[in-house]
Design a protein around this ligand. Structure first.
Ligand code: MN
Length: 499
């Protein structure tokens, strides 16, 4: 998946010249060791780059501005080894525009009881210096991640790794361009929103095209190219004819192959990383893009149904944040469809008309050709599968008129009890945290949509931190949610985010 740059994170250590050269030599040496070990740990998804110790206003300001200008720098990890008077940091912080992490660690893990003296304390005083630094970042109202603990511990390294992915989301958000094929579905509220505000807040560029402009790219795809892709489909997926004529079936599949190639060329040529379609506005396309969109999503494109550009951008964003995760379980566009309300087995069946990303699938993936109950086109070919088990998150970005809100729900994905042989779509099934009744009640009170951007590979913390960095409201629905507290949180947020 193309995500842009070879991102790195700068490691900047704070100190001052009050403690003499030997102390500063040690500070530099210690930070070098930390950077080296972090890079060797294999835990971090991106490289950490050591920077000379920051001890003066001028150097801090210069370093932070260099970080702004360096296209590969995705953020700065700051660490106060000694005390570093925080007024020195004001100008640098004021001008800094990238993700910021405060690694509140110290070089030694344990107090050296037998040898500790005042020199040692002066040299190793993160507990002291980190508070002075934290104060000024808070006073300046700058969003940052604070991670506390010994740098060599796996837990701390994993939190740093997790934050790095949030930082990539912050950096890459402004490179997301969404191609709207036709407009939002008529009369639908939740898929609407302020696109100008979305560009101001998230950096997203959201452009509309007449459907026939992209359909021309589909018509121009050569038969030879389609045949090659159809063959790939036939090798990779199970062909579920279900009584249809094999030749007629293949012709329907070939239409989707043409759409996949044509759409991808269009998106590549015009530099879009996410796309929305609308089943009611297909122009000269013969089928609603189904299998084609599923494959594009798997390649890393964002998608939203019925013109839902917010969810399309979120799916793209989350695919970027999860890119390169070892043993990733998948990220997809999803829709809450129907409930199972049997006590003890409660859950929500997730699907869409067609467009669920096969990255979330488990087991065999089949191709079916079936009628679509909506619209007026040929029966579209689609990939059919069920999804993995385990914890995941479902997110919904909504426009409340005066602000955006990101709703993040921890969910537990499960297998449905029995196969659903007559359901011709990719599905997932989950129970929202803390339970279906509370989770769904909170989701509805928060105004969450029926469309979600869903991932097994990201956490609520990562998405909430991203939202905070974008300056928007984030609410969490998880194991700790109670309706009474949640309603209060929404009330308080309405005040906190009032313009
Ligand atoms: Mn939908």
């Amino acid at each position: 998946m193309k995500t842009g740059k070879n991102y790195k994170f700068w490691f900047c250590t704070g100190s001052q010249d009050l403690y003499g050269d030997e102390c500063l030599r040690n500070v530099a040496e210690h930070s070098r060791i930390i950077v080296e070990e972090l890079n060797k740990s294999g835990v971090l998804p991106f490289e950490v780059v050591w920077k000379p110790t920051l001890i003066t206003n001028e150097l801090i300001r210069k370093t932070f501005n260099e970080a702004n200008a360096d296209e590969e720098c995705a953020g700065i990890i700051t660490w106060m080894h000694t005390f570093s008077p925080a007024k020195s940091w004001i100008l640098g912080l004021k001008e800094y525009r990238k993700p910021l992490c405060h690694l509140h660690t110290q070089f030694n893990e344990e107090i050296p009881y037998d040898t500790i003296d005042m020199d040692f304390m002066n040299e190793n005083q993160s507990a002291h210096g980190g508070r002075e630094y934290g104060h000024i970042v808070t006073r300046m109202g700058i969003e940052r991640k604070v991670i506390v603990g010994h740098w060599a511990s796996k837990k701390v390294q994993e939190r740093l790794a997790s934050w790095m992915r949030t930082a990539i989301g912050i950096m890459e958000s402004s490179h997301i361009r969404v191609c709207r094929v036709a407009d939002n579905m008529r009369n639908v509220a939740v898929t609407e929103g302020d696109k100008v505000e979305a560009q101001i807040k998230f950096g997203w560029e959201i452009d509309a095209y007449p459907v026939n402009e992209i359909a021309e790219y589909v018509q121009d795809v050569k038969k030879g190219d389609i045949d090659v892709l159809v063959e790939e489909y036939y090798n990779k997926y199970e062909i579920l004819l279900e009584g249809r004529d094999p030749e007629e079936f293949k012709r329907h599949v070939a239409v989707q192959a043409g759409i996949e190639i044509g759409f991808e060329r269009f998106l590549e040529e015009k530099n879009y990383q996410a796309i929305v379609t609308h089943f009611g506005d297909l122009g000269s396309l013969k089928q609603l893009p189904g299998l084609a969109i599923q494959r594009l999503m798997e390649k890393g494109y964002g998608f939203g149904g019925e013109g839902d550009w917010k969810t399309a951008a979120m799916v793209r964003l989350m695919k970027i944040m999860a890119a390169g995760i070892k043993d990733a379980k998948g990220t997809s566009f999803m829709e809450d469809y129907t409930y199972n309300l049997i006590p003890g087995k409660e859950g929500i069946l997730q699907a869409h008309m067609l467009e669920v990303c096969p990255s979330v699938s488990e087991g065999k993936i089949g191709i079916k050709v079936c009628p679509l109950s909506m619209g007026d086109r040929e029966d579209p070919a689609r990939l059919v599968f069920t999804s993995k088990e385990g914890p995941a998150i479902a997110t919904s970005l909504i426009d409340l008129g005066d602000r955006f809100r990101l709703i993040i729900n921890d969910v537990e994905c499960k297998k449905v009890e029995k196969p659903m042989p007559k359901l011709p779509v990719g599905t997932a099934f989950w129970t929202p945290k803390p339970d279906l009744a509370t989770g769904a009640e909170a989701w509805i009170l928060a105004g969450g949509a029926h469309h979600t951007a869903f991932s097994y590979d990201l956490t609520a913390e990562q998405m909430g931190d991203w939202a905070n960095a974008m300056g928007i409201e984030a609410v969490y629905i998880d194991k700790d949610t109670t309706i009474r507290n949640f309603k209060n949180e929404l009330r308080w947020n309405a005040l906190a985010y009032r313009k």
